[in-house]
Design a protein around this ligand. Sequence first.
Ligand SMILES: Nc1ncnc2c1ncn2[C@@H]1O[C@H](COP(=O)(O)OP(=O)(O)OP(=O)(O)O)[C@@H](O)[C@H]1O
Length: 879
Amino acid sequence: MTDDSVTPMMAQYLEIKAQYSDAILFYRMGDFYEMFFDDAVAASEALDIALTKRGFHLGEPIPMCGVPVVAAEGHLLSLIRKGFRVAIAEQMEDPAEAKKRGSKSVVRRDVVRLVTPGTLTEDSLLEARRHNFLCAWAEVRDEGALAWTDISTGELRVMPCARARLAPELARLMPREILVSDASDTPVTSVATDLGAAVTEVARASYDSAGAERRLCALWQVATLDAFGTYGRAELSAMGALVDYLDLTQRGKLPLLRPPVREALGGAMLIDAATRRNLEITSALAGGRAGSLLETVDRTATAGGARLLERRLSAPSRDLNVISGRLDSVDCLLAQSGLRNQLREALRRVPDMDRALSRLALDRGGPRDLAAIRNGLSQAQLIASLVAGVDDGLLTQAAKSLTGNEDIISLLDQSLVEDPPLLARDGGFISAGFDPDLDETRKLRDEGRAVIAGMQADYAAETGVQSLKIKHNNVLGYFIEVTATHAEKMMSAPLNEKFIHRQTTANQVRFTTLPLSELETRILNAGNHALELEKNHFNRLRTAILSAAGPIGFAAAGLAELDVAAAFADLASGEGWTRPRVDASHAFLIEGGRHPVVERALQRQGAAAFVANDCALTARDAPAIWLLTGPNMAGKSTFLRQNALIALLAQSGSFVPAAKAHIGLVSQLFSRVGASDDLARGRSTFMVEMVETAAILNQADDRAFVILDEIGRGTATYDGLSIAWATLEHLHDANRCRALFATHYHEMTSLAQKLPGVENATVSVKEWKGDVIFLHEVRRGAADRSYGVQVAKLAGLPEPVIERAKVVLEALESGDRDGGNRRRTLVDDLPLFRIAPPVSPAPPKESALEERLKSVNPDELTPMAALNLVYELKKALAE
Ligand SMILES: Nc1ncnc2c1ncn2[C@@H]1O[C@H](COP(=O)(O)OP(=O)(O)OP(=O)(O)O)[C@@H](O)[C@H]1O
């Protein structure tokens, strides 16, 4: 049957859908969220669920699919991960209400939330140990600003950010979603693709800075924003766009945003996206946390601590006071191992208060979030008393924020049961004794249940049906059930006067009685009333918590601070790390430095111990560059990276994997590896290498620390060498920074004589019976050769290829020595492309004939024996 008319429900669906055309609409129908039309096609494919049809629209069947409400979160996550946005339309009234308006009327529905990658709050949709940032970038008259928030914790930050700085800042924050104005040409698409972030265009009006100021004042209920600092037009515009977007996606229920914190320009070490990727700071090149620096050093005990650690490593400080303050607190907890262990033990029981608070603010919280606040705050009190006597500025300051919430703790202590259920609608979370009314109602409800048990026994005795049961379901409510065998007895006199038949199923017959229905009404009323009372308590407790949101937020921040300090101290103690000296000099002196991630990997594999190495870029207030040559696989890249990571850890406030470290403040960190592919962005290998090198040469100042690994290797030898050569000269003469430069162009080692700030260093190996043995020791001086062929042999290249390579290498090297003549001869001689080159053939094994001949002495042969020998040899030859 086809029907061209639009049903009232479909009309409602289409009306809502028209407002959310860029999202998949989850349309609530009873216990399901249904999707229709293109949404259904896309979602069924993305979620791998059945696509069905329901009714007709304009003569065509309507594609449909659905997910049960109870399982919706998992499906939501899958859709968000696959880049969709989801609008959730709920039923806003009871179907019975709608019926009152007429039999054809449709239940009122409305979108209660637009779920996007940057606006998640559910624990199941978030990674506990990672932030989930939503960013907005604004530009007003050439002045740029970036604002970002994590609505799951309420943090809001803003900073001036020129166009050129946008990509590196986004790489630091790794946001899930970036807002841009639909009227601007913000250059974020390529960096967003790299970071896996969604880019959302919002209307230009959201960015209006005057409107933004009004919105922000209303949000924090202040007359002017002056109390939070003075903000430029672009900063206001970016923050305003964030708030406007939250208003849109949360449908008016704004999350609990804390007042903004301005991040000072220049407060953090500048690290661009390529360097972050390359040093695998917070995620490994293979993707994910495993194998990253963050994973290796993370010993935090709480989710809040883990998120703070990620922020620290993503933005090491450039402020000497901040750095030494953080190192002091690590030192303090390192020295007091007893206190540290107690502290870490106590921290392990701290729940994620930030996220609980945020869910409560958005009215998406449950009784467990109340319990999280209660447990978190009481743990905070205990921790405050633990660190009370500690003599350290940062720790004392953090401890101060942990107390002062006694009222809310005692309220929650009295009102909440120990282990409450997830959902408020399940009830049973308010303690007995807290509210006499509630206790009374519960008693009524529970007694009713006891009366039912008694009633069942009475009816069984009265009817003589021992298996008679009183049961409950949502359709019939309470009913008496007997098996079909007793049906006749129950339905004939005298029992049928009392037992009223309700339903017959395949095997059972169901009845009710007048007293049972009366009791049911009483139980039901009491149960509903108890739930109602509990819900009211929930709302009161929620309001009480939200009005203390400021101090609770401070306590959570204090706990995170203590957690990171204790975690760094634990790491230093467990791994034997030392306190770095960080000062205003230009020194870079590392003794016995190690690469934390490689060292851990070697330990896990049970391989030989990591070889510690020194690095001394000694020149003062002048460029200091080590040109590192050495065989493949010797450990050059590892050495380069370990020094960059030591600087990064030191300025993050951590001890470092070295026997001793003296680091003059590093302002910028750059790391590049020659010729890494970037096919996703459609750039050739060499192009990427050059773009990245250009960024360093144009930006590095004299406080930068640069590591360059085989720059120039992505092109022809002489072009590569020339580029590497000129790059090193530029770093030395123009950038005048500290740098480690690894290369296989041994020709460059002569630069050490020409440039005063350049020194040669090499990673030593031993040669033994034609093979190389890696010692992984870095020492001054230049390498004599690359041992590439030997390494290729270790890698299992076929023997003829290795042999041929040796010949070619020898020819090339001696060719270089006599002005290229040999090289030309080699090219003329060709057989570079012959498959099986007749190269230094192995001496053939002696044949049987040869052996036989060797064994005879002609002088001792008789003529007859000689003749016999000739016959013998002829025969052997024939065989
Ligand atoms: N200091 C060290 N102690 C022990 N093992 C090390 C050390 N440095 C490196 N290694 C080991 O050697 C391997 C190769 O190191 P790395 O990649 O740094 O060499 P490389 O000289 O840069 O090689 P290539 O020139 O081929 O890129 C590492 O994966 C690691 O297992």
